[in-house]
Ligand binder design. Structure first.
Ligand code: ADP
Ligand code: ZN
Length: 213
């Protein structure tokens, strides 16, 4: 199955997608991770998108679509994938229909108040990509990654200014995708407010139901 994870920043798409990808044995493709990796490596793409990401703006559609297309063309995506953070605009969704139409789109629901709480305490591992929260999901040792011991960082776009901008961008550019996929009959909603474990369970039971249809 080709999955798209849709929803506001901070809904926990990345955390869930990592776990679901292990369970379902399909790759997790996060455009945010791909861009951050390019920035860290200092590639031409990374240099081009660095300031865009730190402001919380969107990378131009052309660049983003090209990146995803190349990724999905790889062997490991033959049996499906989980797209996290793509598409984020109508032109991106239209492009995806032409080269890898999603089977199911999962729309994660979370209130704006909760989003801000989650994003403002988020810490990320620069080495393995693990995601933590200072209050809701702290690492065992302060500021260090549980799995690789690297020092955790606060993402540049997890400042209050950038968070507000990302929410504005989400509301104007990404929310229209809900209707886009609803119209195609492939959208399911999941409440993202419970713990990560519970959200994973709702996702897995949803898939079981879909398979039986
Ligand atoms: P979050 O879901 O927490 O906002 P992501 O890691 O998915 O974070 O994305 C981080 C940033 O990467 C976005 O704010 C944007 O600048 C860029 N980005 C990621 N996916 C896309 C996309 N599909 N189109 C344009 N820009 C993107
Ligand atoms: Zn780590």
């Amino acid at each position: 199955m080709n999955f798209v994870f849709l929803g506001p920043p901070g809904a926990g798409k990345g955390t869930l997608a990592k776990q679901a990808s292990e369970k379902l044995k399909v790759p997790h493709i996060s455009t945010g991770d791909l861009f951050r990796e390019a920035i860290q490596k200092g590639t031409p793409l990374g240099k081009e998108v660095q300031s865009i990401l730190s402001r919380g703006d969107l990378v131009p559609d052309g660049l983003t679509i090209q990146l995803v297309r190349e990724r999905i063309d790889q062997e490991d995506c033959r049996n499906g994938f989980i797209l996290d953070g793509f598409p984020r605009t109508i032109p991106q969704a239209e492009a995806l229909q032409t080269f890898a139409p999603p089977t199911q789109v999962i729309n994660f629901l979370l209130s704006e108040e909760e989003i801000i709480k989650r994003l403002s305490g988020r810490r990320s591992c620069p080495q393995c990509g693990a995601i933590y929260h200072i209050a809701f999901n702290p690492p065992r040792i302060d500021e260090l990654c549980d799995s690789c011991s690297a020092r955790l960082i606060t993402r540049k776009d997890d400042t209050i200014e950038a968070i507000k901008n990302r929410l504005g961008v989400y509301n104007s550019q990404t929310v229209p995708l809900i209707a886009f996929y609803e119209k195609r009959g492939i959208l399911s909603n999941i409440d993202a407010s419970p713990s990560a474990v519970e959200v994973l369970e709702s996702f897995l039971s949803l898939i079981q139901k879909l398979k039986k249809r």
